[in-house]
Ligand binder design. Structure first.
Ligand code: ATP
Ligand code: MG
Length: 603
């Protein structure tokens, strides 16, 4: 936040206001007071002069009543009167006759002017008018006040008392008072300024405190408290501020808690969640959604939801109306990947759309299972239909008269019999698989010497085989005991060996091996047949999978044998896989758990 400039501080404003108040009041008081004082002093001055005039009037009348005016004694007397009446506030006293001639002066150094006429035009006019008169003048920088008073003396002659008063001292006094006043005002202003600073501080300190607190709060620090200095309005404000801080902190904690809860729910969900604003721009995406779409939060925020979900054929408004989930197929050639996106609109209280929540659910597995199930049903129906149509055509032929043919009839009946058996075999295989699927079976395990048992199985095939194939056994000589369900293991080995025989060329060789590994016994059966293409090596363990459908069906295979074998081996806790080189041969490996006998068990 911007710092408050010095010229904008309350401090300065306070001080200025105080000073101005003092200045204005002092000024008003000063002007009024000085004016009044001046009037008063002038009044006093005038009345003191008037009093002097009166006493002079009396003395002069006395002198001039008894004698002639031009008498030497009289002149001296007048001179004495004038001189004796002179005082500090009087500069000069003159006596002037009605023609303007000076009869006497108090100024002893200027006796020469006696008998001369006065020169001042104003005084001349006043004498001519013959009335009492006074006037202020400035004479060589000094203020003087001239008074003129007519006197009626003997012979009804008029003389004038002319007094020059030194009014300058009055103004000097006023000036002195003005100076004192100005000094006082200055001192008052300084004191007021100091007082203003102190006073302003008591107001601004809590306010600055609150300002600092508000700044700290904006940064998320709620631990500070404003000091309450008093119980006045500012104190109350500070108190309310502290209360507000507490409430804010609580509210913040609640919001933060809710936010954490929500974000933890969102990130611990298995479904992906994406929220957008009302324009369809992404504002939130949780971790599962990031993983599902293989994007990072930073790159998708404020992106359009339609472009993120790769549904640019739709606009955001379409998604708002979308009631049903949309299936998003991100499958590649190698891997299926399907998501289901469900949408729900966030509406404000007024009914306006304020956003959209998209929930993503990975349905790849479900889709895979669905697909496998559909494929399985279609495979089963296909496998059953083939023998049934064969049988129908043979039976039709028989019904149409072939039964009478002694040569054809038995052949046709054999075919139908074989097809029936094939069907029974198929249904049995399916039943086995369904049993394994429903886990509705139990392994009847027993301890067997796997070497001896393997010899026994191979013997059985060697005796029964009608192909020109030699069997080679690379089996350990010592006994090897493992715990297996013999019945199930027989089915597994029967299928693998019959496959090896089926695909072995004339004069080929089948090799049987047993090897002991860490905690497993590995059985392998290798042939020298046509082999299996690399891409199909894993698929041969899938249900109904055959590398070359047309050829293998002729050999009577339905493609379930290895699928059943895989289920059974895995039920034992073992593993089954194939290695093959096209044109050179195939090896099928089986591992079964083996508890190696401990040394001390023998000792
Ligand atoms: P079933 O065993 O149900 O009678 P099948 O033998 O055709 O029928 P599987 O045993 O499951 O079915 O074998 C699946 C497919 O794997 C076979 O159809 C065949 O294409 C291929 N296969 C299995 N063993 C070999 C082998 N030793 N050499 C070449 N291909 C093989
Ligand atoms: Mg088979």
């Amino acid at each position: 936040m911007k710092k408050v400039g010095f010229f904008q501080t309350i401090h300065l404003k306070f001080v200025l206001i105080f000073i101005l108040l003092i200045l204005v009041s002092m000024e008003i008081i000063g002007v009024y007071f000085v004016k009044k004082l001046e009037e008063k002093l002038q009044q006093n001055f005038v009345s003191s002069i008037k009093a002097r005039e009166n006493s002079l009037e009396y003395s002069i009348k006395e002198v001039m009543k008894s004698s002639d005016m031009n008498d030497e004694d009289t002149e001296n007397n007048i001179q004495n009167i004038l001189s004796s009446n002179k005082s500090t506030d009087i500069e000069e006293i003159r006596l002037i006759d009605s023609n303007g001639a000076i009869l006497g002066t108090s100024d002893s150094s200027n006796q020469g002017i006696i008998g001369q006429k006065i020169t001042n035009k104003n005084v001349e006019t006043a004498i001519y008018v013959g009335k009492e008169w006074n006037r202020r003048f400035i004479k060589s920088g000094q203020r003087i006040w001239v008074f003129l008073k007519p006197l009626q003396v003997a012979n009804s002659e008029t003389v004038f008392i002319y007094i020059v008063g030194k009014v300058e001292s009055v103004y000097k006094e006023i000036n002195e008072i003005n100076k004192i006043f100005t000094k006082g005002t200055g001192i008052a202003m300084v004191l007021t300024a100091i007082l203003g600073i102190v006073l302003a501080q008591t107001i601004t300190r809590p306010i600055s405190d609150m300002r600092r607190q508000a700044l700290a709060m904006a940064k998320g620090n709620f631990s500070r408290k404003v000091k309450v200095y008093g119980n006045d309005e500012i104190g109350q404000l500070a108190y309310s501020f502290n209360h507000m801080t507490k409430k804010l902190q609580e509210a913040q904690a609640t919001t933060e808690g809710e936010r954490r809860k929500l974000s933890s729910i969102l990130s611990h969900m298995t479904d992906g969640v994406i929220a957008t604003d009302r324009k369809g721009k992404i504002i939130l995406i949780n971790e599962p959604a990031e993983e599902m779409l293989d994007v990072s939060r930073e790159t998708v925020l404020s992106l359009e939801i339609t472009s993120l979900l790769n549904i640019e054929n739709l606009v955001f408004e379409d998604l708002l109306k979308e009631q049903d989930p949309i299936i998003l197929d991100f499958s590649t050639k190698e891997e299926p990947y399907i998501l289901r996106a469900s949408f729900s609109v966030i509406q404000s209280e007024t009914g306006f759309v304020s956003g959209l929540i998209t929930v993503l659910h990975d349905i790849t597995e479900q889709e895979k299972i669905d697909m496998e199930r559909r494929e399985f049903v279609s495979n089963v129906s296909h496998e059953l239909r083939t023998p049934l149509t064969t049988m129908r055509s043979y039976l039709e032929a028989l019904a149409e008269g072939a039964w009478e043919d002694k040569e054809i009839a038995p052949r046709f009946l054999t075919v139908t019999q074989n097809e029936t058996e094939r069907m029974i075999r198929l249904v049995n295989d399916l039943l086995k698989l369904s049993k394994m699927d429903s886990r509705d079976y139990q392994l009847n395990k027993e301890w067997v010497n796997i070497v001896e048992y393997f010899h026994h199985v191979i013997d059985r095939f060697e005796m029964a085989k009608d192909q020109n194939v030699t069997f080679k056994r690379k089996l350990p000589t010592s006994a090897l005991f493992i715990e297996v369900d013999l019945d199930k293991l027989t089915q597994v080995l029967d299928n693998i060996i019959s496959n090896a025989l089926k695909y072995s060329p004339d004069g080929g060789q089948i090799t049987f091996r047993i090897r002991i590994q860490e905690e497993m016994v590995e059985l392998s059966i290798s042939d020298q047949g046509m082999g299996i293409p690399k891409d199909n090596l894993k698929k041969i363990f899938e249900r109904f999978y055959r590398v070359d459908k047309a050829r293998t069906r002729k050999m009577g295979g339905s493609g379930l044998g290895l699928a059943i074998a895989k289920e059974m081996v895995e039920a034992h806790g073992g593993n089954i896989w194939a290695r093959s080189e096209e044109g050179k041969g195939t090896t099928i490996y089986i591992t079964l758990p083996y508890d190696r006998p401990q040394e001390d068990e023998w000792s």
